[in-house]
Ligand binder design. Sequence first.
Ligand code: B12
Length: 264
Amino acid sequence: MIIWCCYCQTYIGEKPPLVDYSLSHSICQNCKSSGVFKDRDAFKNIELIRDFFNDLLEKAESFEELDTESIRYKGKTLGIKPLDIFYGIVQPAMWEIGRLTQENKLTVAKEHMFTSFAQRLLIQLSKDIKNHSLSLESCPILIIPAPDNVHTIGVQALGLDIVSKGYACRTIYPGIPDEELKSLILELRPEVVCLSVAVKSHFDSAINLSKALHLQGSSAKIIVGGPFIHEHEELKVAPNLLTFNNMNSFYDFLREKTNVKKAS
Ligand code: B12
């Protein structure tokens, strides 16, 4: 479940069950210390967020063209941070739309239309995020889908999230064949490689890649996340490979266990 601060309308993180993307309302550390929770009116915003979400779903169901600029603007007027619009409104809507399609209550065409909206929205939201991307040759973090994984939105969102936290990274999507990916990592030598996996076969490719890199003396830390990992406990299966299904632990790892520095 997505933990959302009902006072300042901020995305806080996730809590089990992770495969459920509905909002669980809480209070963030900042609002707790500022004492805003004494203000009863603060709760009124929850309804506005709920309306925002329902409006988006209604439009997706009615095949209405979704305008990314007006969504970005609406988020701004509600005081929601750029990526929080994605995490708190669009990602739960994608999950709901995926569920409706699986139950044959929504057409695949409508699902795909919403997916392409989400991709365009991320590009639009990126305008509000300071870019710390470096040249490909000097990137400490490389983000890419695992070979054969066609899910690119998670990679796009992760790249923006990392950049918004002040780290320089390079995001490549769609994915590339495994041999080419191995050569790219050996050539660029990023300290951290984030691989996104959606199904078990992608995870198997990630394990094979990390083993092959290890054999060739690469010291890259292979970090695996994405829908498949979301559904499983943190798994350790190769010496240089780690999995994260919790973004806060991932950022703790970046800060405490790597030499990757925030861009100034
Ligand atoms: C959109 C979608 C598609 C689109 C993808 C379009 C695109 N360009 O991305 C299309 C239609 C192509 C597609 C295809 C398939 N899909 Co699909 N898809 C989805 C859907 C509805 C949304 C995924 C998404 O974008 N979510 C939003 C993003 C932002 O979330 P995310 O990817 O999880 O990423 C976040 C985190 O996981 C994390 N993260 C991601 N990567 C990484 C990496 C690291 C290192 C870290 C730290 C974090 C991290 O950061 C992101 C931001 O928070 C999900 C349903 C769902 N509930 O998620 C199914 C889903 C992922 N798909 C699924 C499946 C099975 C498939 C297919 C195999 C279906 C088929 N039978 O053909 C194919 C896969 C083909 C392939 N070779 O990859 C399953 C996977 C189940 C599983 N784990 O086994 C899901 C969960 C649906 C389901 N419940 O069955 N899919």
